[in-house]
Write a protein that binds this ligand. Structure first.
Ligand SMILES: C[S@@+](CC[C@H](N)C(=O)[O-])C[C@H]1O[C@@H](n2cnc3c(N)ncnc32)[C@H](O)[C@@H]1O
Ligand code: SF4
Ligand code: SF4
Length: 358
């Protein structure tokens, strides 16, 4: 990201933060999302144990429909909006590269999350040439620790995809960060040391941990996947915190990491929510059918193929959904408890605008 774009995104976040305190209709007329999460498909070539998304396939909207939606988002946010494409496996969606390229051409700031098993030399080079904001590669463990979660042989395929991305980045002199994304659960806690070693040696830039969520809408989600010895989880969290303090490879904030062991013990966010959830104030989700929401399960605010996101954002449905969100007491580690100090924010900013790749 260029410095000017990073400043725009930071200013948008600051403005949204101030506007959170203002009543409607001022809020939705002035605030704009600084990030939009797009689940472009629910289809996937893997069947990870904690993820029910590919088990519930749904119809998909077309590339042309995505382009129209992106045109609206670009006009509305004047480009300074991060897009995070995910799925299912985004590379499984025919036309995904075209949608990504369209986002870049509009001046939006797209990145995506992938299992990297469908990365080949050709698409790796094209992705790196596009100038994306990030490529997040999900990897939950090295060798058997990854395979137990993502299927036999999956680590080798993901590792090969990562190496292709790293090589393509060097060849194209791209600055796109490659960030590992790890879903922390019982079965991979003993492998965290090896995973951190992999981050240091594989050419990726950093790692972001997310504790496994028990998602009501994932039919195969199983609370027992969180099971492990309390001491094993504490050891894994201590290793991550030690790395976070000594080197620059772990992206989570310290406050967020310190809640992980407690989260596992309680099978949920620890204690009552200290502050209201802000997921409806600066972000938006669009699913593979075009349905828009702030948080899955707390109400749809329209379909983007019929109602442009800029209109749905300030609709009556959006206001109702925000009211439900302000009252939600669930508490999620990636939203309500992702407390970040000013230093954390400066660190993320420096990471975004850092001058060169490895
Ligand atoms: C649903 S996947 C979609 C993108 C791509 N297929 C991948 O695996 O990166 C996006 C992220 O959600 C994570 N995930 C899946 N199920 C989860 C769960 N129950 N709790 C927390 N994260 C989960 C995955 O590990 C992955 O990092
Ligand atoms: S986590 Fe990603 S790779 Fe695994 S099943 Fe879900 S969508 Fe597919
Ligand atoms: S705290 Fe509630 S509203 Fe906020 S993201 Fe979690 S479930 Fe959604």
């Amino acid at each position: 990201m260029q410095l000017s774009q990073a400043i725009q995104v930071a200013v948008r976040g600051g403005v949204n933060h101030v506007l959170q305190k203002t009543p409607e209709p001022f809020f939705s007329r002035i605030a704009r999302p600084s990030s939009i999460y797009i689940m472009i498909t629910r289809r996937c070539n893997l069947r990870c144990v904690m993820c029910g998304i590919p088990l519930n396939p749904s119809p998909e909207i077309t590339v042309d429909e995505w382009k129209r939606i992106l045109d609206d988002i670009s006009n509305w946010t004047r480009g300074s909006c991060k897009l995070q494409f995910s799925g299912g496996e985004p590379l499984h969606f025919k036309g995904f590269m075209e949608v990504l390229k369209h986002s870049v051409d509009l001046g939006l700031l797209p990145g995506f999350c992938t299992n990297a098993t469908l990365i080949n030399e050709d698409n790796a080079a094209r992705l790196m040439e596009m100038g994306l904001e990030n490529i997040n590669v999900s990897l939950d463990g090295v060798e058997e620790f990854g395979d137990r979660i993502r299927g036999a042989g999956s680590f080798a395929r993901t590792d090969a995809g990562i190496q292709r991305l790293v090589d393509a980045r060097t060849k194209t002199k791209s600055r796109t960060p490659i960030i590992l994304k790890t879903c922390l659960m019982g079965v991979n806690t003993p492998g965290i040391g090896r995973l951190l070693e992999y981050v240091r040696s594989s050419g990726v830039d950093a790692i972001l941990f997310q504790p496994m969520e028990i998602r009501e809408f994932d039919s195969d989600s199983n609370a027992s996947l969180l099971n492990c010895e309390e001491s094993a989880m504490q050891e894994a969290v201590d290793l991550i915190i030690e790395s976070r303090m000594k080197e620059k490879i772990v992206l989570n904030s310290l406050a967020n990491l310190r809640l992980f062991a407690e989260y596992f013990k309680r099978r949920g966010a620890p204690g009552p929510v200290r502050q209201r959830c802000t997921v409806g104030d600066g972000s938006l989700m669009i699913d593979s059918q075009g349905a828009m929401s702030f948080c899955i399960g707390l109400g749809e605010i329209g379909n983007a193929t019929v109602t442009p996101p800029s209109v749905a954002w300030r609709s009556g449905e959006a206001k109702k959904s925000r009211q439900r969100i302000y009252k939600c007491q669930k508490g999620c580690l990636q939203t309500c408890y992702a407390t970040r100090t000013l230093l954390d924010k400066v660190r993320s900013f420096a990471f975004l605008v850092r001058p060169s790749t490895k």
